[in-house]
Design a protein around this ligand. Structure first.
Ligand SMILES: CC(C)(COP(=O)(O)OP(=O)(O)OC[C@H]1O[C@@H](n2cnc3c(N)ncnc32)[C@H](O)[C@@H]1OP(=O)(O)O)[C@@H](O)C(=O)NCCC(=O)NCCS
Length: 172
């Protein structure tokens, strides 16, 4: 593997904090390039009700500050959800996808520890994986889970997906 170009990973400030809008727009720019232009999803499905409250993570080149990757974390009462993971096509295979998943896991673990209400030593993260990237998620401890009586795969925004679940240890 060629060495990755110099880059930075930023956890976008929470809703209401300075800098959020500009950095979140850079996350959107990556998502639109990958999910709309490359994969053909609709913009109406792409920008959804979770974007306002979610934690967005941005990967960009330095010193140009060109955004090239993103991932989004949605927190629910019972689990966290990994969503909207994308790396621009020309920057794949530099392990940027791995770096973004690890950043999201670090965020989840620190958030779960800080929340103080946990009842177990693990925290649950759910991803709805497109079928061609199930093997990618498998590398990070995600295991396929049957979601409905129709079988393992289900339609989301017009494409087949598979529910995958990871349980992260909080004691490491
Ligand atoms: C999925 C995606 C984010 C991976 O990003 P990436 O930067 O190319 O991935 P990485 O280089 O970090 O890969 C990490 C590991 O996963 C492996 N991997 C990458 N894509 C894979 C795939 N589709 N299936 C199985 N393994 C895969 C790599 O070989 C690497 O393995 P290694 O570290 O053991 O050598 C990228 O392909 C992408 O943006 N795809 C389009 C959008 C998409 O499908 N997002 C997921 C929606 S559910």
């Amino acid at each position: 593997m060629a060495s990755p170009p110099p880059h930075e990973i930023i956890v976008v400030p929470a809703a209401g904090q300075p800098g959020r809008e500009e950095l979140r727009q850079q996350c959107y720019d990556v998502r639109i390039a990958v999910f709309i232009h490359e994969q053909g999803f609709s913009l109406d499905d792409e920008i959804d009700k979770w974007d306002d409250e979610a934690t967005h993570i941005l990967l960009r080149l330095v010193p140009s500050l060109q955004p090239i990757g993103t991932i989004r974390c949605v927190k629910t009462k019972d689990y966290y959800k990994l969503t909207r993971l994308a790396v621009l096509k020309e920057y794949r295979q530099f392990r940027f996808g791995r770096a973004l998943v690890q950043s999201l896991h670090d965020f989840v673990k620190s958030d779960a520890k800080a929340s103080g209400s946990r009842v177990s030593d693990t925290v649950k993260v759910i991803a709805h994986s497109q079928i061609p990237v199930k093997g990618f998620y498998g590398k990070f401890g995600y295991v396929a889970e049957v979601r409905n009586l129709q079988g393992e795969e289900f339609d989301e925004d017009g494409a087949p997906h598979q529910k995958m679940v990871a349980r992260l240890s909080l004691s490491e």
